[in-house]
Ligand binder design. Structure first.
Ligand code: MTE
Ligand code: HPA
Ligand code: MOS
Length: 778
């Protein structure tokens, strides 16, 4: 009997390699692992002031409490306290002063979490308050910045603004976002022989955790191993924020000589880890009667919190996405990186891009409302051109501008014109319920903006039974990276994907890795693993050629076999033969993204290998008496190039969209006047639930391939879909505008909570009243 033909794995809609384990509870996260017999549990005591001198920190009672094995403050650190990822400024423990509410004061290790927590509250802490800067406006007034202000410029914005037939100015506030990964931050540190340390860490950046743990312990990097099998979500929140957790656990483990686990509960996690930056965007735009932008000055200011963390790169990316899909001939983008006495904000899916895009989408929408045009028409009028008008403000050419075609396709398939007419009809006959819709585009740059980070390594072993063990520097956080890279390796060897063993990420196998971030995980690690597979393949091909006589380049790897002319062997048999012939069956692979060059000082160059695109049309219905609203229908067309795995990519598009919708609608972070986060649990911080997914949700992947030779011509998909949710925000604006029969533009900040929608409706009604009163008087 002939066995069924083995189909290629790449481009197949294979399920996530852990799908069954995820839903059955069998997938092991760090907190699920069997606990070592002598395990201690750690607890971090948080500061209760936004800015204060620590007059007294007395921990004797903590140390004496039942079950306590060790207490550590800044004074007890053996080597270093600063664990800033790029620049100094992030401390393991506050030293002399606290600079934000929730800063780590000290940590305690005890026989149980309960004992550790009870002990921690026995400390005596006296503060002497210092003045605190809590928000962006105050920071701007006081010129309080974590990094110098940056300006990106092209053409002459001031002159173009002065000349433009129309001009408008405004301000948009854009809220932050908590990552709300299902698995909170966690690490388990285990002392090894000779003072070495093994750290299991829920991290997107094992190499950085390794390096920082080594730094605080006073060890060389080579004495520390960091391992992560999977995270229960990261979303950028475990790029730098895993390190303080891992370092705290490792310090206590070194101190006690016992394994230590530190798992934050949800409230502490939300208080003491950084979030998405909230922004203020001021715009001054000049345009013509057709809605074409002639000149624009944008001011972006973000709340970075107390330290630089990744804020330089986040704000750079915000500037680089303040064009979105639009050609800005005369443009000045000013970016202020505000320093505040709040937790240091960090990477979050989109990494500043979403905030930059919100700014320009607001501008385009405002232009449309001022001119009384359909916002989609204004959007299309400003799109990058195919041959002309295709240079970004940072001078990168938009080479594969698929946006005009993609938007036209969506406009057609989502029935934009008819649905808009239907909404207008509905609104004309509905006094209180109003419907709105919006179709917005996304263009997102793929690569780390810090060029040096665009590299990856892999390690591949072929065993003599023909099974393959795959390891690379990327981490799995639910996004499906591991299955994608396994698909690539399976197809290189022409073997069934079941023969490729996916293994945990560890600094012991692949060193000096970049974080799994910037959506580049499969681009980078896919190529590195492919390089390793090709190395082993070339050795195997030479083996086969010398065995049978012939040229190595004529050897074919397919369907579990290796063939040369009419001769063939199973992949396993050839592996055995190669081993007996003393040929190595293990190889490393390395990849660095080509074509990149960028000067962060002048903000010019090619920071991105390519762009990923998408567009979404959203339809909402608001209740103008309560501000409540429903998302009725969403249609998405997204560009993944030639998808490595359309099932995974569809999941990324849906998940990204819903997460973006949460950011722009219901997820609101609030701080009180003392700088205390008041929304630190699901009871007060509302992420989308299954019931918030639109009842009519149509997602399609655009047919196409990457014009750059990326891995199998695919495109990165992790972050870009989040920004498709900007369509929801603008659909809400559209529905509010319907209240004034589209004569006035709504005043609405993000997130568009029901409360803000109601306020925007009432504000619009009031302005409308004033306008009609004035008209009547005239
Ligand atoms: N998808 C899931 N399920 N969980 C996550 O934590 N993180 C997002 C995105 N998709 C995330 C996710 C972010 S912020 C990034 S940068 C990418 O996945 C990282 O993975 P990739 O580079 O392999 O796409
Ligand atoms: N994106 C995501 N994470 C990052 C980046 C980036 O551009 N740079 C540094 N960390
Ligand atoms: Mo994603 S914010 O680049 O981890």
């Amino acid at each position: 009997m002939r066995r069924a033909r083995q189909r290629p794995a790449v481009a197949a809609p294979l399920p996530h390699d852990s799908a069954v384990q995820h839903v059955s509870g069998a997938a092991l996260y760090i907190d699920d692992l069997p606990e070592p017999r002598d395990l201690l549990h750690a607890y971090i005591r948080l500061s209760e002031r936004a800015h204060a001198r620590i007059a007294r920190l007395e921990v004797a009672a903590v140390a004496a409490a039942p079950g306590v094995a060790a207490v550590m403050t800044a004074r007890d650190l053996p080597a270093a306290n600063d664990i800033g990822p790029v620049l100094p400024g992030d401390l393991v423990f506050a030293d002399g002063v606290v600079e934000y509410w929730g800063q780590s004061l000290f940590a305690v290790a005890a026989e149980s979490v309960e004992l550790a927590r009870a002990a921690a509250f026995k400390a005596v802490v006296d503060y002497e308050d210092l003045p605190a800067i809590l928000d962006i406006e105050t920071a701007l007034t006081r010129q309080s910045f974590v990094l110098p202000t940056q300006v990106m410029r092209r053409g002459d914005a001031a002159a173009a603004l002065a000349r433009a037939p129309h001009r408008l100015k405004g301000r948009l506030a854009i809220g932050g976002q908590d990552h709300f990964y299902l698995e909170g931050q966690v690490a388990m540190a285990m002392p090894r022989e000779g003072g070495d340390m093994l750290v299991l860490s829920s991290t997107q950046h094992p190499s950085e955790v390794q390096h920082l743990v080594a730094k605080v312990l006073g060890l060389p990097d080579s004495a520390v191993v960091t391992e992560v099998r999977r995270m229960g979500g990261g979303f950028g929140g475990k790029e730098t924020q895993a390190a303080p957790i891992a370092c705290t656990a490792a310090l206590l483990a070194q101190r006690t000589g016992r394994p230590v686990k530190l798992r934050l509960d949800r409230d502490d996690d939300m208080i003491l880890t950084g979030k998405r930056h909230d922004f203020i965007a001021d715009y001054d735009v000049g345009f013509d009667a057709e809605g074409r932008i002639r000149g624009i000055a944008l001011m972006l200011a973000s709340r970075c919190g107390i330290s630089p963390d990744l804020s330089g790169a986040v704000n750079d990316r915000a500037m680089m996405h303040a064009d979105n899909c639009y050609y800005l001939e005369n443009v000045t983008i000013t970016s202020h990186r505000c320093k505040t006495n709040t937790v240091s904000n960090t990477a979050f899916r989109g990494f500043g891009g979403p905030q930059g895009m919100m700014a320009i989408e607001q501008v385009v929408d405002e232009i449309a409302r001022r001119l009384g045009m359909d916002p989609l028409a204004v959007r299309k009028r400003n799109f990058y051109g195919l041959r002309r008008r295709n240079l970004t403000p940072y001078r990168m050419k938009v080479e594969d501008n698929v946006i005009p075609g993609l938007v036209a396709e969506l406009e057609e398939s989502a029935d934009y014109a008819a649905r808009r007419a239907a909404a207008a009809r509905f609104n004309a006959s509905s006094p209180w319920l109003k419907r709105g819709l919006a179709l917005t585009p996304v263009k997102f740059g793929i690569s780390f903006t810090a060029t040096s980070m665009n590299q990856a390594g892999a390690l591949l072993h072929v065993y003599t039974d023909g099974s393959v063990q795959l390891n690379h520097g990327g981490t799995e956080m639910g996004q499906g990276l591991f299955i994608k890279v396994a698909q690539v390796v399976a197809d290189e060897f022409g073997i069934d994907i079941a023969r490729v063993k996916i293994t945990a990420t560890t600094t012991e196998k692949v060193p000096n890795t970049s974080p799994t971030a910037a959506s580049s995980g499969s681009d980078l690690n896919g190529k590195a693993a492919q390089a390793a597979a090709r190395e082993i393949k070339s050795r195997l091909a030479r083996c086969a050629a010398s065995l049978w006589g012939g040229k190595p380049q004529d050897v074919v790897f397919a369907e579990g076999e290796v063939r040369l002319g009419r001769r063939s062997l199973s992949f396993a048999a050839l592996a055995r033969h190669a081993h007996r012939s003393r040929v190595s069956l293990s190889a490393t692979g390395f990849y660095r993204t080509p074509k990149l060059r960028y000067d962060p000082k002048t903000h010019r160059g090619r920071p991105f290998y390519y762009f990923a695109y998408g567009a979404a049309m959203s339809e909402v219905e608001i209740d103008t008496l309560t501000g409540e609203y429903k998302l009725r229908r969403v249609v998405i067309l997204h560009d993944c190039g030639a998808s490595l795995n359309p099932a995974i990519d569809l999941g990324q598009v849906e998940g990204g969209f819903v997460q973006g919708m949460g950011w722009l609608t219901s997820e609101e972070l609030c701080w009180d006047a003392e700088g205390r986060l008041t929304t630190h649990a699901p009871s007060t911080y509302k992420i989308p639930a299954c019931s918030d997914v639109p009842p009519d949700f149509r997602v399609a992947l655009r047919r196409g391939r990457n014009r750059e030779p990326s891995i199998y011509r695919s495109k990165a998909v992790g972050e870009p879909p989040l920004m498709l949710a900007i369509s929801v925000f603008h659909a809400l604006r559209d529905a509010i505008a319907a209240v004034g029969e589209y004569q006035l533009s709504p005043l609405l900040d993000a997130p568009a909570t029901s409360e803000r929608v109601l306020l925007a409706v009432e504000d619009l009604r009031e302005r409308l009243g004033r306008t009609s009163a004035r008209l009547a008087a005239e």
